[in-house]
Write a protein that binds this ligand. Structure first.
Ligand code: HEC
Ligand code: HEC
Length: 144
């Protein structure tokens, strides 16, 4: 008996909270006098990828920037488009730089026959080169 009373009370409280929350939202919209959509900031410009030669690296451990478009290149559980050109086997015919040797090592440094799971999702570390100016001036110099 006591239990059902408790359930009833909690239910009533939650309902009360939900409705007053919805009321709050309503009020904010009307006070603004405009729909939220009209106040959206302009969409940032989409940067175009830049097809270049492979770019110099700033330090040895930097994942090199991708010097070509990757539009439509799918990487999922079943397939990895990047590997069809970049795997150590396929790079022999595709002319693409083979992935680093580090990409065929597990976390203990032992060699793996297939690409290491840690290196499967290429775009986690490699990004396409775009023509984007830095937001702030800076005097960073890479290693020679
Ligand atoms: C159709 C073949 C092909 C596919 C698919 C491909 N690449 Fe490439 N990639 C190349 C070639 C060829 C180069 C050599 C430079 C060039 O000609 O643009 C290259 C260069 C690179 C480099 C620069 C290497 C360096 O030494 O600086 C990186 C990084 C790279 N690709 C990453 C990727 C990633 C990540 C993907 C998937 C999202 C991918 N590539 C898919 C062919 C391919
Ligand atoms: C966890 C980060 C990481 C992931 C994921 C990753 N890479 Fe790399 N990659 C690096 C780093 C760091 C380097 C440079 C040092 C080295 O070779 O290990 C590199 C180097 C490379 C190079 C240049 C190799 C050379 O000898 O100059 C290519 C090409 C490349 N990666 C492609 C790929 C592709 C394709 C994938 C996906 C199958 C991938 N990478 C996944 C970090 C990563």
């Amino acid at each position: 008996m006591k239990k059902s009373l408790l359930v009833l009370l909690t239910g009533a409280l939650l309902f009360n909270f939900a409705t007053s929350y919805a009321d709050d939202l309503e009020v904010k919209r009307t006070l603004n006098g405009a729909s939220i959509l009209e106040k959206m900031s302009p969409q940032p410009e989409i940067k175009k990828w830049h097809d270049t030669e492979p770019q110099p690296r700033n330090y040895p451990e930097q994942p090199p920037i991708i010097p070509h478009s990757t539009k439509g290149y799918v990487i999922n559980q079943k397939s990895n488009k990047c590997l069809t050109c970049h795997s150590s086997e396929d790079s022999k015919t595709s002319g693409a730089t083979p992935v680093g040797k580090s990409h065929y090592k597990d976390r203990d440094g032992s060699p793996t026959s297939k690409i290491s799971a840690r290196r499967y999702f290429c775009v986690q570390c490699h990004v396409s080169q775009v023509d984007a100016k830095p937001f702030m001036e800076n005097d960073f110099k890479g290693e020679e």
